[in-house]
Write a new protein. Structure first.
Ligand SMILES: *Cc1c(COP(=O)(O)O)cnc(C)c1O
Length: 423
């Protein structure tokens, strides 16, 4: 929406700094560009090696199966699983659906209660809502002002009907990393299965399904420089052996849990993408933390009334979510239309709704709307961060010059004491 509105804003005629081309992509939680090395790994499977991995009686099929076996190993390795525990899917939306619906269906005799939390991705929340309509009970845990759940809330929510806890590893808007190991430990003590949507965590921070006591885990290719439309679900095979009722029928692929001809090029790409992450994660996390902290320091040095959202001690490397108070969110986005970032608003139908994630931290609608999510990724440079920071600073300053509210605050007027005329 903002893009079209902002189209006719004239770009500055000043020459760009070296190493910067516009538009700048800094929205790497929404999706990531394909790493050229991943494309290279995929190419043969988009051309000559086109076999069906389920064809058991000729070399075309064997070659395709070999390729998907290798990818299964690669995906398993980055989360400390074994290859047999990996189910390929069309992405994390499907993985989350399969995990939650598949467990709900399979363990219905044991209980009908599921626990999740309010800042989950819609792929989890909408799935849980659907199950509520089918007679399941769902508890949506609140989060604290820093975005983390309180383990005590989780303990209190568990009862003898609880069959599943689904809590995301890291949040896609505010970047907070939940206390996954503690949650998993608690679940295992109580004999409750633990699923985590780890889309934003795998490949960015260390994830280990054994150490973290995870039973079922969702991940996605396109958030880690792999292709879109491919993902995986980890399903634990021992201690405990997790059973999942298939949600797509036909042919019994993927150990009967997910039928359908395998997306061989996509799966090869997913495997290549996770292997690159695994090799480069440690150094890349340091680099992204540096860029993020640099961006934050630069913004905070130049602008007052900013607020960082989400606990920064338990945080993804490349994420910064910051509110520019007394700035109108839509105007801010229009002013920076050569930079791709996300705002604290979600376009639902024709209206701009404040982000439910930011609202669940206790932010008012205005502050939520004035928030920007920066997603720094593998291909962002220091020069780009400088350009983005300078641009944001100048647009925020400009908008605040026009803002009567900001003017009043600067003059020391307490806005909470003002009686606004009704209109
Ligand atoms: C992107 C995302 C998803 C959805 O993944 P797709 O592969 O696009 O379906 C789910 N959960 C989180 C946290 C995400 O960031």
């Amino acid at each position: 929406m903002a893009e079209t509105l902002g189209m006719n804003i004239t770009q500055s005629k000043e020459p760009l700094p070296a190493g910067v081309t516009l538009p700048i992509y800094m929205d790497n939680h929404a999706t990531t560009p394909l790493d050229p090395r991943v494309l290279e790994a995929m190419m043969p499977y988009l051309t000559g090696i086109f076999g069906n991995a389920a064809s058991r009686n000729h070399s075309f099929g064997w070659e395709a199966e070999r390729a998907t076996d290798k990818a299964r190993e690669q995906v398993a390795k980055i989360i400390g699983a074994s290859a047999k525990e990996i189910i390929f899917t069309s992405g994390a939306t499907e993985s989350n659906n399969l995990a939650i619906k598949g467990i709900a269906e399979m363990y219905r005799e044991r209980g009908n209660h599921i626990i999740t939390q309010v800042t989950e991705h819609k792929a989890v929340l909408d799935t849980c809502k659907k199950l509520e309509k089918q007679g399941y009970r769902v508890t949506y845990l609140p989060v604290q002002a820093d975005g983390l759940i309180d383990i005590e809330d989780l303990k209190r929510a568990m009862d003898d009907q609880t069959i599943l806890v689904s809590i995301m590893y890291a949040n896609n808007e505010i970047g907070v990393v939940q206390p996954i190991r503690e949650i998993g430990k608690l679940c295992h003590e109580k004999g409750v299965l633990f699923h985590t949507d780890a889309v934003q965590a795998v490949g960015k921070i260390p994830v280990n399904v054994i150490d973290d006591n995870i039973d079922v885990l969702s991940l996605s290719g396109h958030k880690i420089y792999g292709p879109k439309g491919v993902g995986a679900l980890y399903v634990r095979r021992r201690n405990p052996r997790v059973q999942i009722a298939e949600q797509i029928n036909g042919g019994g692929h993927e150990r009967g849990m997910r039928s359908g001809t395998l997306n061989v090029p996509g799966i090869v790409g997913l495997g290549a993408a996770v292997e690159i992450c695994q090799n480069e994660m440690a150094a890349e996390a340091v680099r992204e933390v540096e860029l993020r902290d640099y961006l934050r320091a630069k913004l905070e040095a130049a602008l007052d009334y900013t607020q960082v959202n989400g606990n920064m001690d338990h945080h993804l490397p490349g994420n910064l979510n910051i509110s520019f108070i007394y700035v109108e969110g839509e105007s801010l986005l229009m002013g920076i239309n050569d930079i791709a970032v996300s705002s604290g608003s979600a376009c639902t139908s024709a209206t701009l709704e404040p982000s439910y994630v930011l609202k669940s931290l206790g932010l008012g609608d205005d502050v939520a709307h004035s928030s920007i999510r920066f997603g720094i990724g593998r291909f962002n440079t220091k020069e780009e961060v400088d350009y983005v920071a300078d641009k944001i600073i100048s647009v925020v300053q400009h908008l605040r010059e026009l803002s009567p509210l900001y003017e009043m605050v600067k003059e020391g007027i307490d806005l909470t004491k003002i009686e606004w005329a009704a209109h």
